[in-house]
Design a protein around this ligand. Structure first.
Ligand SMILES: [Mg+2]
Length: 350
């Protein structure tokens, strides 16, 4: 059976904030979508482990989080920055040469082919230490014989853990695990399972599969084979040739003239649209970066609801983003990036 390494970054958004602002380390911190001024009207997106000790969790109103912890630090969510870190993790992992599936911005499944558990553990240790040394971020890795199993092993080993479960230890690992721990089981399915007297994976494994199929359809088949340690779902190599494409340009002379800046941005956008088109890639997210004369950088991004490859849409979105930047200082370098990509014609170099 092909072994899967499942890598999940620990409290990703707050960890990214701590990485660029080390004074936040060790303090309770949340990231939310609301701006700093309106934070009490927003919702917690991610919290670090220090904040979790106060009972704070994601999805909680930020006002409630503050009532649990007065010293709570707050950061507004910076999607472009988190995506850029995610892109770097992905390219580091791709360098190992195995098929990779980006499950989400901070979760990756890597299919190992013929490697055994011993070499999988060595590879996983290497991945953890390079992510830690290059990016200052911690992750947890689960290793098992299928993608879903590896995810469950990973969830169980959080935070900063590394664990593996092979075919022989699967039954013991699964037996007492609550059914709410199964990937894909939401509140509704959980309640339905409880209603059938099924509380643990062991209960599931002992249930007549026909009963599960009639109650849950094909999802019942998934539940049954997972509980029996027989689900060896493979990693599909869904990552396109490039996770993102970007182009930058240093201006001839620093300027705060928005029409000059916009012209450069439009030029970069049209080059990128052509590169993406040539490679058969579509994208959902576009980002614009400006570096000011004091070498500080700002990045802004927006995501479309649907994939697009349209050069005119890319150009107009990039120009609009460019106009939303503050221009108190002259700009010396501009950049455009597209990410959240799909499609592609194989592993060609861009
Ligand atoms: Mg995570």
């Amino acid at each position: 059976m092909a072994i899967v390494i499942y890598l999940d970054m620990d409290h990703f958004f707050t960890a990214c904030e701590e990485a660029r602002n080390p004074s936040l380390k060790g303090k309770p911190l949340v990231v939310g979508t609301a701006s700093e001024e309106k934070k009490l009207r927003g919702v917690v997106q991610t919290c670090n482990y220090e904040a979790r000790k106060f009972g704070i969790h994601s999805g909680m109103p930020t006002s409630q989080a503050y009532s649990l912890c007065k010293e709570l630090a707050y950061k507004e969510s910076d999607d472009a920055y988190y995506q850029s870190i995610s892109d770097r993790i992905l390219s580091m992992l791709k360098a190992y040469g195995f098929p990779i599936e980006a499950i989400s911005i901070d979760e990756f499944a890597i299919g190992l082919g013929k490697e055994g558990y011993g070499s999988a553990i060595l590879l996983a240790k290497g991945m953890m230490s390079s992510i830690s040394s290059e990016l200052g971020l911690a992750c947890t890795i689960g290793i098992s014989f299928g993608k879903t199993m590896a995810k469950m092993v990973c969830d169980d080993a959080k935070p900063a853990g590394l664990a593996s479960v092979d075919e022989h230890s699967a039954a013991g690992f699964l037996h007492d695990k609550g059914v709410e721990k199964i990937p894909g089981v939401g509140l509704k399915t959980y309640e339905k399972l409880r209603g059938l007297g099924i509380n643990t994976m062991g209960d599931l494994a002992a249930t007549d599969p026909q009963k599960l199929l009639s109650a849950f359809g094909s999802f019942g088949g998934y539940l049954y084979s997972l509980s029996r340690g027989q689900l060896a779902d493979k990693v599909s190599d869904s990552v396109p040739a490039a996770a993102s494409l970007s182009r930058e340009k240093t201006l001839d002379a620093p300027t705060a003239d928005i029409s000059l800046i916009e012209k450069e941005i439009l030029e970069l956008a049209s080059i990128l649209a052509k590169n993406a088109g040539d490679a058969g890639l579509v994208f959902k997210t576009i980002g614009v970066k400006m570096r000011y004369s004091d070498f500080t950088e700002k990045v802004k991004s927006r995501s479309f609801l649907h994939y697009t490859g349209s050069p005119s849409l890319l150009g107009s979105a990039a120009a609009k983003l460019a106009r939303s930047f503050p221009l108190e200082l002259p700009v010396r370098k501009v950049g455009v990036r597209i990410s959240s990509m799909a499609g592609g014609k194989g592993q060609r170099k861009l």
